[in-house]
Write a protein that binds this ligand. Sequence first.
Ligand code: ADP
Length: 437
Amino acid sequence: MTQTIIIASTIFVLTAIVVMVVTFTKKPYDKTAKHGGKVAALASNLKIEQLKTDIILSAINDGVILVDANGTIYLFNEAAGNICGWSTNDAIGLNHHSVLEFVDEKGVAYDSGQNPFDKVFVSGTPVHDNSAYLKTHAGKIISVYVSASPLTLDGQGKISGVIAIFRDVSEERQAEKQRAEFISTASHEMRTPVAAIEGYLALALNEKVATIDQKARDYLVKAHESTQSLGKLFQDLLTAAKSEDGRLSNHPTVVECNKLVSDIVSGVRFAAEKKGLIMNFDLGAGAMGDKVVSPLYYVFADPERLREVITNLFDNAVKYTDKGSITIGLTGDDKFVQIRVTDTGQGIPKEDLPHLFQKFYRVDNSATRTIGGTGLGLFICRKIVELYSGRVWVESEVGKGSTFYINIARLTQAKANQLLEAEKNTAPPPPNPVETV
Ligand code: ADP
């Protein structure tokens, strides 16, 4: 239903835009034309077209704005006026910067590199901004969605103007925020009793503390496993909610990846071997004379967050691999440090690859139906890697296995030393009691 409405309103908007563009491009009629009848007919056609455009544009609920090559507003429909508090007559003829003041969530004005109109003029490609804010004529800040596209009418790719559609999405963003807050609070509240239950079950299963018969032990083992999954679900929900609204604790520092990754490998090796899998650590090494040296791979990130990402990818590798090996690799060039986790497991179908890092996405197959999971792990990995402007992606072949890659900008040795020196001279920040994840 919602889709039908969106399609219908898109068709409606597009029709209006086509009519409008036709009007925009129409040259003034030739006053010197000899045939007065033809001129009158042309003028009347033009008037009809103009009328149609006006009717359609004023019926549209989204703001529609057309600016010419100089950035001057040529068209400004009624809804645009309602959203940003300018009357059509006042707005037309002004530069778009004076009428549409885009700002970030703190109210700081967008610079030219962020302004959707300017971006279209520079890139020549459509721009969509789902997180923009607009300062209205009265100074109120509202959330808007903007989609701006170039108009190229000369057939040679020169931009003649920009057409933008925008809508007030304050209510949707508010609802989204409340939903995220609810999930975050509920997970936080539920995590505490679940942790207590898990602790008591562990005590009951501890032979030194409690004596229980085998049947009761079997039941308690199952209850303990389920409680652990529940605890993980709440923890993942909380981390996902925090990563979305920027509250994820993050204390970046200079990290030497070689040390971090080998520590992680030693810590997780047992879990792989317990499942009968061979665990490898493949460190990118460079030859220097007859010595093999391990290069120092420095990045600027929170080591605990990086550990979380690598451990998450490793846990998945173990979960979705029945036989063979898991390899954690580290390599890099002068720009990036690359960490990879390779398994010889079931692999991932091609059609699922583009969706894998979305929230709650799980591949629908017999394995995932029997193997527990939340579909949040890879989403959280992506959000953490993005904190450091890095990239995470996967290459996989069904039946052969998967490799997950993480690329993060590499710090030069000199830059790493400089940052370490600066860290030494700065007092550590006070602990933040709110950041519990
Ligand atoms: P989950 O909790 O379901 O494991 P993730 O977000 O960690 O959630 O992973 C999303 C989905 O990606 C999984 O459900 C699984 O289908 C697929 N997946 C992730 N890692 C692997 C892997 N190493 N091999 C095969 N499939 C994987």
